[in-house]
Design a protein around this ligand. Structure first.
Ligand SMILES: [Zn+2]
Length: 224
């Protein structure tokens, strides 16, 4: 019988017997897991999928998101694009996460981590050292193709990193790893799905720059 990874993990957790201790340790081991990628790559869906496993296993969990993220207009719900919801607590900053954590919480989910400042790194590591499993989701790069420092550091510290891709909105054939800003806004973060679209490396055009594909064609011209 073939089980999806998620269900298999849940069934392992529910195993009772000589091996149960080992499986439970693996499910409950304090770890940092980072889910990252460009806009529309399913980061929130993946965070929700992960947390659902904990829900099935009846683990005590907490999910937080920055209060600046008001895209869905619902202060207490993470709403993924496929319609699945998970109740989350809005926090004004990283330090405020600690006010909501209790000894009973085993898994802590953090959505839209790129909205937090660098203080999040210390808070997350404090939680991991308290024995929690922390699952962080957020953009790895800004619209200029520069890493969000908070995500870069968390990725380096993580035991597991999932880099997701979207479908490129321009060529629609390649995997998108960049977020193309569609407006002239020059602030680092613009809240809203209409501000961006996912692009592949070839179709992405950095602000005041040229697309990678144009770089490639000049190289082709030079070498021919
Ligand atoms: Zn493309």
């Amino acid at each position: 019988m073939v089980l999806s990874t998620g269900l298999a993990d849940v069934m392992r957790y529910n195993v009772r017997g000589p091996l149960a201790g080992g499986f439970m340790r693996s499910m409950l081991a304090p770890e940092l897991i980072v889910i990252t990628g460009p806009m529309c790559s399913g980061k929130t869906e993946e965070l929700i999928r992960y947390m659902r496993q904990g829900e099935h296993a009846k683990l005590n969990m907490l999910v937080v998101k920055p209060s600046v993220d008001t895209r869905d207009g619902q202060a207490l719900a993470i709403k993924s694009r496929n319609g699945h919801n998970l109740v989350a607590i809005d926090v004004p900053n990283a330090q405020a996460i600690l006010e909501h954590v209790t000894p009973e919480h085993l898994w802590i989910g953090v959505d839209e981590a790129h909205f937090f400042d660098i203080e999040l790194v210390a808070v997350v590591m404090q939680l991991v050292r308290m024995g929690k499993r922390v699952i962080v989701s957020g953009l790895d790069l800004d619209y200029r193709e520069k890493p969000f420092e908070v995500l870069a550091q968390l990725m380096a510290l993580a035991q597991e990193v999932q880099k997701l891709t979207a479908v490129c909105s321009k060529c629609r054939v390649r995997h998108a790893s960049r977020s193309q800003r569609l407006t002239d806004d020059t602030s680092r973060i613009a809240v809203g799905d209409k501000e961006y679209e996912p692009r592949c490396l070839q179709c992405f055009v950095p602000p005041n720059g040229v697309a990678h594909s144009q770089h490639s064609s000049s190289i082709d011209t030079l070498s021919s």
